[in-house]
Design a protein around this ligand. Sequence first.
Ligand code: ADP
Ligand code: MG
Length: 234
Amino acid sequence: MTRTPNGSCQKPGKFLNEIESKQLLKQAGLTVTEPFLANSDSEAVAIACSLGYPVVLKVVSPDIIHKSDAGCVITRLTDPEGVRHAYNNMMSNLRQNYPEVAIDGISVQSQAPRGVEVIIGMIRDIQFGPAIMFGLGGVWVELLKDFSLRIAPLYEEDASEMIHELKGFKLLQGYRGQPAADTEIIEDWLLKVSELVMLNPSIKELDINPVFVYPNGAVAVDARVLLEDTPLIA
Ligand code: ADP
Ligand code: MG
């Protein structure tokens, strides 16, 4: 492993950037906040205007894997001036703090309304094959290690069990007056991710983090895919 300037570890293989990763998920039938690449502040403003506000700006760089750790995610931008400002601030932060990283540009995407945050992931184990992971976002996975795992291919009962066996399942059922999250869509996405990774052995790892789940539907707001150095089949 080699270390990238923002401190993250580069694994052997090739990371698809957020734009490419979300394209893959979209083709697999998941809903995403689609990012569009801008190479100037005016381009960013033009994209934001066509998407409608609020928007989110993020760096697109093969060297920056954890974007917010590098100060490269700016959310809740509500007007052209804010977008222009955020674009130029992010660029000058990058030039100053990470002068050696390659920058493809800055992406602009719609800001999704808050939902219950969940994570869907996959790590391909050499012996067991693709292990699909599901958990609630933030501290639930990172601190409390509350996640479920199954080896793909998943069947409907696997997907359902993966959701129900979480210690934090109550959070999805609607906690303190919150409406229940759409667990059917999560089941459906777990099955779709299973199918995607079964069809594409070149996907080594996949991380959809976070997914916002609503009472009706869900949206993936960030995604990262690690490929073998061999091409995708589908
Ligand atoms: P990182 O590379 O650091 O994981 P993310 O793309 O996940 O970066 O962005 C960090 C956080 O910003 C997310 O966990 C989410 O809370 C918020 N965020 C990112 N994109 C969006 C979006 N399109 N809509 C709403 N919130 C977003
Ligand atoms: Mg993320």
